[in-house]
Design a protein around this ligand. Structure first.
Ligand code: UTP
Length: 293
């Protein structure tokens, strides 16, 4: 079964990025000159996704507009003979079909995903990508999950990454039976366990393949941690009803919803850019000399 739709929740308040997010959606903050959400949508498209369902809230209109055509700008660039930019702008407007649904109250990630229900057909599985998590990898992380899902009877698959034992309390951590070096048959997910209580050191950044049954569960579960409807709670119930797997993806993840993760991603992307690499290294070296000690 081919997975062609992705739900990307972008309705959160982005409090960790205030004051910028007082007025700007966090997802539109650029890593160098490219908004972080562009990278997330590109990962989905490169994985074979044909339709994106953005779960948005008031003030997030610029995300939709970014992926729409902008004929006025196109005409301006055409007249100015700036054909490279024109091509770039047109391509963004034609990247993928976008649909938006509103989450009127920010009641948690589980609630946000539930808002995407109307866009998913019966029996269809779909991807979920968090709009403020970047993954840099050769094969898109979502594609890696899709392949595991296809090989495992179209089951739900949760992306995981190894974290240092002392950091388990920052993440959702999975438990389960090890099937191979990268795959677990999940029994449960534990929210932010202390290192001594953590069943593994496999943490869940924001990438999922989910069966449509998750919506029934999201409608049933009570509010969880922080008074929010947690996707983790719904996945735990799903794991008691159907096979759910976790997969340690190949790639590096950046939590660009936090200032430190954003800084890390910006430095990484500068060093990966052939035109910026030597400049970035020079200024980093100069700053190291100036500020060290
Ligand atoms: P986060 O907790 O990282 O996002 O949720 P946030 O709430 O925007 O950020 P902080 O913690 O206040 O800084 C992960 C993802 O889920 C979305 C967010 O937009 C983000 O992409 N989300 C979260 C929703 O769409 N709705 C919600 O009710 C909660």
């Amino acid at each position: 079964m081919k997975i062609t739709k992705a739900i990307i929740p972008v309705a959160g308040k982005g409090t960790r990025f205030l004051p910028a997010t007082k007025q700007l959606p966090k997802e539109m903050l650029p890593i160098l000159n490219v908004p972080m959400i562009h990278h997330v949508v590109k990962e989905a498209v490169d994985s074979g996704i044909e339709e994106i369902i953005f779960v948005t809230s008031s003030g997030k209109e610029s995300i939709e507009n970014y992926f729409d055509r902008n004929f006025e700008l196109e005409m301006f660039l055409e007249k100015a003979g700036k054909h490279d930019y024109l091509e770039m702008i047109k391509n963004i407007g034609q990247m993928v079909n976008i649909r938006t649904v509103r989450q009127k109250e920010q009641l948690g990630l589980g609630h946000a995903v539930l808002m995407g229900k109307t866009g998913i057909s019966d029996g269809e599985s779909f991807a979920v990508l968090l709009g403020d998590d970047l993954i840099v990898s050769e094969k898109p992380a979502t594609k890696q999950l899709m392949e595991v899902s296809a090989a495992r009877n179209n089951s739900s698959v949760i992306a995981v990454m190894e974290v240092p034992n002392e950091e388990t309390s920052k993440y959702g951590i999975v438990a389960g039976e090890k099937l191979d070096e990268k795959t677990l048959k999940m029994t449960k997910m534990v929210e932010k366990p202390d290192p001594e209580d953590a069943p593994t050191n496999l943490a869940t950044p924001g990438r999922y393949i989910l069966n449509k049954e998750i919506f029934d569960i999201l409608e049933e579960i009570p509010r969880g941690a922080g008074g929010e409807y947690q996707l983790t709670d719904a996945i735990n119930v799903l794991a008691t009803r159907k096979d759910v797997f976790s997969y340690t993806f190949d790639g590096e993840r950046f939590d660009t919803g936090s200032v430190k993760g954003y800084l890390n991603a910006t430095m990484e992307f500068a060093l990966r850019d052939p035109e910026l690499k030597s400049y970035a290294m020079d200024i980093m070296q100069e700053k190291l000399n100036r500020y060290k000690g």
